[in-house]
Structure formats: C-alpha cells, structure tokens
Design a protein around this ligand. Sequence first.
Ligand code: NAD
Length: 363
Amino acid sequence: MSVFDHAEFDHHEALHFFDDPTTGLKAIIAVHSTALGPAAGGCRRWHYTTDDDALTDVLRLSRGMTYKNAVAGLPFGGGKSVILASDDAPKSPQLFRAFGRAVESLNGLYIAAEDVGINVDDIRLAGEETSYVSGLPQHGDSAGGDPSPWTALGVFLGIRAAAKVRLGKDSLEGISIAVQGAGHVGSRLCKMLVDAGAQIFVADVNRKNLKQVSTSMQITAVSPRDILFHDVDILAPCALGNILNSETIPRVRAKVIAGAANNQLATERDGQRLAERGILYAPDYVINAGGVISIAREHLGQSSVDEVRAEVSTIPTRLEEIFAEAHATERPTNVVADELARRIVANAGDTDATDDLERIQFG
Ligand code: NAD
C-alpha cells in the first residue's frame, strides 16, 4: 500500500491507522487540512474489498470535507474516518467505544460524526470515550441529532435551484427525478420531492430500504442497474461515490445531476464530460453540506434548530453563484467550486477569503 505517493494523498496533514485486537476495530482517520479549524467529517463503516480501497475512500472523502466545510463557511478543516467492516468485527458497543478512544487519542484534531453505516447510537457510544464527536441525540430545540434530515433538506433546496437554472422551472410539480439510494438521506429526500409534486423513481440494492420508501409514498421502483440512465429530468445520486465516469456519463439522460452522495465524480475530468453534454452538475460537497452545518453548530454549541435551518437554506444561493460563474467563464461547475474552496483554505485567516465567501453566499 503506497501512502505518500498515493494518487489521492493530496498533502494530507495526517493519517492515523488503528488496530484494536480486543474489539476487532480496524479504522483509518484521515486529516486533510486544519487550516480553517479542527478537521470535521463523518465516520463511514463499510465492507472494503481491500485495505487500499479503504485508504482511497478515506483520502477522497477527507479532502472533500476540507472543501465542503470551506465553502459552507464553517470554522472547521477537513477529515474523515473509515471503519473497515468485517464478519469478525460486527457492530458492537465495544467496537464504537474503541473508535471513540481512537478519536480521543487525537486530542481534538478530528471530530467524528455519522456517515454511511453509522447511526446516532453508534456516535453516542463513541461519545462515551471522547467529546470530539457530534451528531449526538438532540435535546429540545438545540442543534444536534442525526444530520441526514438536514442533508436531505439542503439537497431538496439545491435541486429546486438547479431545476430553475437548467429547466427554467420555478416548481418541481411534474418534474421527473431518479433517486439512487433510499437510505437515511435518500428516503427523506424522496418524501420532500413527492410532497413537492415531483414524479419519483427510486433504486436501492437494499430491498428493505426500498420497500420502506415504496410502501410509504407514491414512487416507482427501478432496477439499481438502470437508475443512473433512467429517462428523467433530474438524477439525484444518494448512494455511494465514483458513479459518474467515462462509462456512465454518455448514458445519463437527465439534464441535471444534484444529489447527496459524496465524490460522485470519479475524476475531475468527469465534470467536464458532464458540461460537454449540457448536464448541469451541482457539486456534491456544496449541495450536501446541510448535515455538516448541523454537526458543526451542535459541536460549537448555542445554536438552535431554527438557526441551522436558516444556514442550510443558504445552500441554493451558493449553488446559484457557482452555476452563474461556471456559465460566465465556460468552465465546469466542479472546477469553479474546487477553486473557490482552495482559495478559501489558502487564505485562511485573511479577510479576502471571508469576502470570497460572502460574495458567493449573498450574491
Ligand atoms: P445510507 O447508508 O443510509 O444510504 C445509502 C443507501 O444507498 C443504502 O440504502 C444503500 O443500500 C444504497 N445503495 C448502495 N449502493 C447502491 C447502488 N449501487 N444502487 C442503489 N442503491 C445503493 O447513507 P446516507 O447517510 O443516506 O448517505 C448517502 C450518501 O450521501 C453517501 O454518499 C454519504 O456519504 C452522503 N452524505 C450523507 C450525509 C448524511 O447526513 N447522512 C451528509 C453528506 C453526504
């Protein structure tokens, strides 16, 4: 396994590997940047085919968190963790407490929260060993709890903004949308889209999750093999990453791609491929920042649910600015977003960086 010359290494500040034979915990915590503050990002538990796959995933996700937190205007850097799932180390309170001790050993360099395969209870267990976790059970009207509803809200508002720009529609009434993945975010997003009058097609490889959405609302189930290529106005990827690549992009029929999944583009070049096909791409880490906004406000304390909602509601404005700049400069939206993120990180502590953000947030 190469590390420093790994294609996705991108000057990570730190990489920590944890192996706890007592609980079976095998985890990697990646800290990409602390220029804007402690590295904040979710923990993913996944069955990786190889350790290399886990390393690649955590490196890509961690850099994405640097960009996401920067563009969202949060005082946090970027980091991420993965727990390598295996039959020898099933989910258990001991496993998550061991993960909490791993996070604690970094002394606040990294703050963990929920991602794929992790729920509020898992984070609560880790939180028995460390205060450097967020997404803990929510109390009263304070910010906190499962970040997925906030992610879903941000994606919903972002889809509306993208539909206006690319389809010229003020409403989602009658708009067809294919949702890949009906998990924590996808299922909530489906509900909001159905309530807005959209026509929804959903696929999930997990039959239980698919059944739950298809029995509780008016949606059409589609095969996971076909969902990316379904004949719809909008595609909302809400499963895993690397789904938009040189093989899939030529077959996509949607005019807009706007969803929650992290790292939707396999490579930066795939943003150009989408632009060449006239497909408007909402950069993933911009549209899916709702969850980390909640996580960040919970961790900093003193924010209410209403304040989180107001902050999540700025996501469409940020997207519209990126769409407008991409259009004006004839560059792909992912390139414009990445440049903005890198500029904010490079100018950490500099007022010009704040100006960049304010311009992009408030027009
Ligand atoms: P989740 O694990 O609850 O849901 C993912 C769903 O996708 C599962 O139901 C899974 O069975 C399904 N899936 C996996 N592969 C699939 C495939 N090939 N085709 C169809 N379905 C497939 O995860 P989540 O919390 O809903 O997150 C979804 C995505 O959004 C992830 O990429 C995550 O990193 C990203 N994200 C989540 C949050 C959040 O707040 N949870 C925040 C930002 C980004």
